[in-house]
Design a protein around this ligand. Structure first.
Ligand SMILES: [Zn+2]
Ligand SMILES: [Zn+2]
Length: 383
């Protein structure tokens, strides 16, 4: 009888372990390497290595060998020209020491080049954990406390895993600009940000077994917001419903003012709308985080309504720091804006994370403050 029970216990335990494993890892395994589009649709590029390197045609295996130094690649309709040779796309640049230069920037891993018409795209292929070392110091200052850098490392890793298909049609995973995450290669790496990546190795944020869309912004101005009025997302998970933030009070642009010419705004809005001279701008509705929902623009030919976040991006997202407007006034051909915070207000407030870290909060606590009800879990990479 005892023997029978032991026999049954094994498969039950096995099923339990399998289920537990499933519930822990939304993405059981992801590729260790990521493909980053570092130069998109360009005509020429200077590439090289401080040691020997090989340029290889991916489809035929045809190789050109170089000792250290730089070569110019020029894209023509016939192929990619290197000195007196023309290679057919795609090609690989394989450095012997794992460091390759492209237009004076150093990158770890190797480069993959794809041609389309007479333009080429340079893709840096490297392990995700190494890629993050070139992202964290570009997204936050490396003078920030280590716990704030660890927060950014987890957020950037989570963002990477959740957005691997963002540039699928162009043949790579993510680009190296603010459109995805800013990536500066090896040249921008710093000791503390590297430590933050290492100490959070493989950690990502999940909600109900899915890696979340870990969006972030510079400073929220008092409360983070839902993405409802920013990107019109539906079925918003509780981790992105917004939260109070009193830690970014001393950040730059917590309160800001901007004066812009009516003519400047008129010109920007005229690209998509037929409008006359702007007479008044009314704030129509506010979100729970006090951001404007819509703006009504009253002009000499009538009036239009615009989503407030869209208005900001249409006019100039750099000059207008956020759509959390306290007031908008039109006077003598000038438009006077007063507002709070910097960015779209959704997800993590980076300045708030810095403020919490300065108060001694550990990175896991900071993450759970800005993304409530999430879990910090580890992913597995394919070897
Ligand atoms: Zn992108
Ligand atoms: Zn904040």
């Amino acid at each position: 009888m005892i023997f029978k029970n032991i026999q049954r216990a094994v498969p039950i335990l096995f099923i339990f372990v399998v289920l537990l494993h499933k519930s822990l890892y939304a993405l059981d395994y992801v590729n260790k390497d990521v493909n980053i589009g570092i130069f998109v649709n360009i005509s020429s590029v200077a590439l090289g290595c401080s040691k020997s390197f090989i340029i290889e045609e991916d489809n035929t295996g045809k190789k050109l060998k170089f000792s250290k130094g730089m070569v110019n690649l020029i894209c023509t309709f016939k192929g990619i020209k290197i000195n007196n040779y023309t290679l057919r796309s795609p090609i690989k640049i394989l450095p012997s020491n794992d460091v390759v230069f492209a237009n004076s920037q150093a990158y770890q891993g190797y480069l993959y080049i794809k041609q389309s018409q007479n333009k080429m795209t340079i893709i840096n292929v490297l392990p995700i954990e190494e890629y993050l070392k070139g992202v964290v110091p570009k997204e936050v200052s490396t003078s920030w406390p280590i716990e704030a850098l660890k927060v950014q490392a987890v957020i950037s890793r989570t963002y990477t895993i959740a957005n691997l298909n963002k540039h699928k049609e162009q043949g790579f995973n993510l680009c190296s600009t603010t459109h995805c995450q800013v990536y500066g290669g090896l040249s921008c790496q710093a000791h503390l940000s590297n430590q933050a990546v290492k100490e959070t190795n493989k950690e990502v944020l999940t909600y109900e077994n899915n890696v979340i869309q870990a969006v972030f912004h510079a400073s929220c101005g008092g409360r983070t917001d839902t993405p409802e009025y920013v990107w019109s997302w539906k079925n918003i998970p509780p981790c992105l419903k917004g939260t109070k933030c009193r830690y970014c009070r001393n950040a730059p642009y917590t309160k800001w003012e901007q004066i812009l010419d009516e003519h400047f705004i008129h010109e920007k809005l005229s690209q998509n709308n037929k409008i006359g001279k702007i007479k008044k701008i009314k704030i129509k509705g506010k979100t729970s985080a006090k951001a404007a929902k819509e703006l009504e623009i009253i002009h000499t030919k009538g009036k239009i309504k615009l989503n407030a976040y869209k208005f900001r991006t249409l006019v100039d997202a750099w000059k207008i720091k956020s759509h959390t407007f306290d007031s908008i006034k039109v006077k003598n051909d000038k438009i006077y804006f007063k507002g709070r915070g910097w960015g779209h207000k959704v997800g993590l407030c980076q300045e708030g994370a810095k403020g919490m870290a300065e108060k001694g909060k550990p990175y896991k606590k900071i993450l759970l403050h800005f993304y409530p009800k999430t879990k910090i879990e580890t992913i597995n990479y394919w070897k």
